[in-house]
Structure formats: C-alpha cells, structure tokens
Design a protein around this ligand. Structure first.
Ligand code: HEC
Length: 229
C-alpha cells in the first residue's frame, strides 16, 4: 500500500467537497433566514450597492406563524400514516409547472416557509394533490366535515379515488340516547353510511390530523415571494 497518503488525500477531498457543496453553501444561503413581516421598510442606511437597507415593518405580524395545539399533534399522525408517500407540500413556481393554475397555492413556496418546522414534509411523490395550501381550499366547518368523510373513505366525496381509506381512525358505535355532535354527516343514500342506529365518530387522532390539514395555508406574502394577484 505505497499510495496510502494519496488515498487518504482523495478521501479527504471527496468528503470536503461534498460537505462544502451540500451543507456549507446551503447554510450560507438559507441558514440565517428568520421570520419576517409581509412587507419591508427602507431605512436611511445604504448597503454596499448603494441601495437602502430594508428592515421588517414595525407592528406587523411575523410570518411564517408558529403552528399550535392539536394541529401540531396532527403532524405526527400525518408522519406516522405515511401520507408523505403520496402527497407533497411544496408549490412550484409558475413557469415550472401547473401548481398555481391548479389552485394548489396562491404563490410558490420558498425556503423561509419551512424554517419553523423541525421535520419538513416536502414529499417527493404526487400520487395525490399537493397539500401545502389545503387549509386555504377547504376552510371552516365545511372543510372539516369534508376532510373527515374523505379520510374515513375517500370514495364518499371523491368517487374513484385511489387514496386508501383511513377508517381505523374512526369509531363506529351504537347511538346511545341522542347522536353525538361529532358524528360524521354522510351524504343522503351514501353506501358508506353506517347502519341505522350506528354513528361514525372521529378518534382524537383523526381530529388532530384534520386540524393539521386545515392549518396548512400559504395565506401570507413574503418579501421574496409575494402572493400573486
Ligand atoms: C396511495 C396514495 C395516497 C396516500 C397514502 C394518501 N393519499 Fe391523500 N390522496 C391521494 C389521491 C390519489 C388523492 C386525489 C383523489 C381524492 O381526492 O381522493 C388524494 C387526495 C387527498 C386530499 C384532498 C386533496 C384535494 O386537493 O382535494 C387530502 C386532504 C388528502 N389526500 C390527505 C391525505 C392524508 C392526510 C393522508 C394520510 C393519512 C393521505 N392523503 C394519504 C392519494 C393518497
């Protein structure tokens, strides 16, 4: 092994190159991103190009916002159910695909959208639609009801869907006294409705998952990615 030093040099440079290319440059480009306001204000200071230094507008809310409560727990269910194998959470730029045309988001997503997430669920497969802005498309109680029916069995609201049912996240139980307020309301004559005298109620996991889905919204502009009018 007379070329041992050369071999070590080769290994060292291969590792150093990939570390610089993959980790260091990304860190320099996006490692210092912070929450910011929708618009920026110009200050009197000038940067090295002679342009005014921009700072966050005072008193405006910061974005992206911190997810809270049940929605945060729902993210764990989303991860454990493997939803990521069929769904992405990233909206492509206008020239790079039809995402915005399809209504998957009002603008492209950028690195800053993900800075508060410990596990970023970008996804690689799009067997189903992108979910980055799902909460913007299905809002309020109607959106909640739709998502529960869809998770219980996608066929109820989306005939011919290839998404698997997640019925095990729901309890089918006999109605004791009066029906539960949380029970799913099936469309009339639905073949998936429970037998008379029975009701389908979401478990805590189903509720958390749906709150998480409804919390996915790109409803704020960022200085580098304003919402397209
Ligand atoms: C095997 C692939 C597959 C898996 C796994 C999967 N989905 Fe889907 N999903 C689809 C397909 C295909 C559609 C489009 C048809 C439909 O609406 O059902 C869809 C649609 C959706 C929609 C409606 C989107 C819209 O824009 O109308 C939501 C919400 C959704 N899925 C959530 C989930 C969640 C949450 C999970 C995990 C618990 C999951 N999916 C797992 C394939 C999948």
């Amino acid at each position: 092994m007379k070329n041992l030093p050369l071999l070590f040099c080769g290994i060292f440079f291969a590792l150093a190159f990939s570390f610089t290319g993959l980790i260091l440059t990304s860190h320099i480009q996006i490692g210092s991103l912070t929450q910011t306001t929708e618009t920026l204000e110009a200050t009197d200071d000038l940067d090295e190009n002679g342009m005014p230094v921009m700072v966050m507008a005072e008193g405006e809310p910061l974005y992206p916002a911190m997810p809270v409560g049940l929605a945060q727990q729902g993210k764990e269910i989303y991860i454990s159910m493997g939803c990521i194998y069929c769904h992405s959470q990233q909206v492509r730029r206008n020239e790079f695909g039809a995402d915005i045309e399809r209504g998957w988001g009002p603008r492209q997503t950028v690195a800053r959208d993900y800075i508060l997430q410990e596990r970023v669920l970008l996804g690689t497969m799009r067997t189903g639609p992108d979910l980055a802005h799902l909460g913007g498309r299905y809002a309020g109680d109607a959106g909640r009801d739709w998502n529960h029916l869809h998770l219980y069995n996608p066929q109820i609201v989306s005939k011919g869907s290839t998404m698997p049912p997640f019925a095990f996240l729901y309890d089918v139980r006999q109605i004791a006294g009066k029906p539960s307020e949380e029970a799913l309301t099936f469309p009339p004559d639905s073949e998936y409705a429970p037998e008379t005298g029975y009701e389908v109620v979401p478990t805590r996991r189903a509720k958390a998952l749906v709150e998480y889905l409804l919390s996915l919204k790109i409803n704020y502009s960022l200085p580098e990615a304003p919402i397209l009018e």
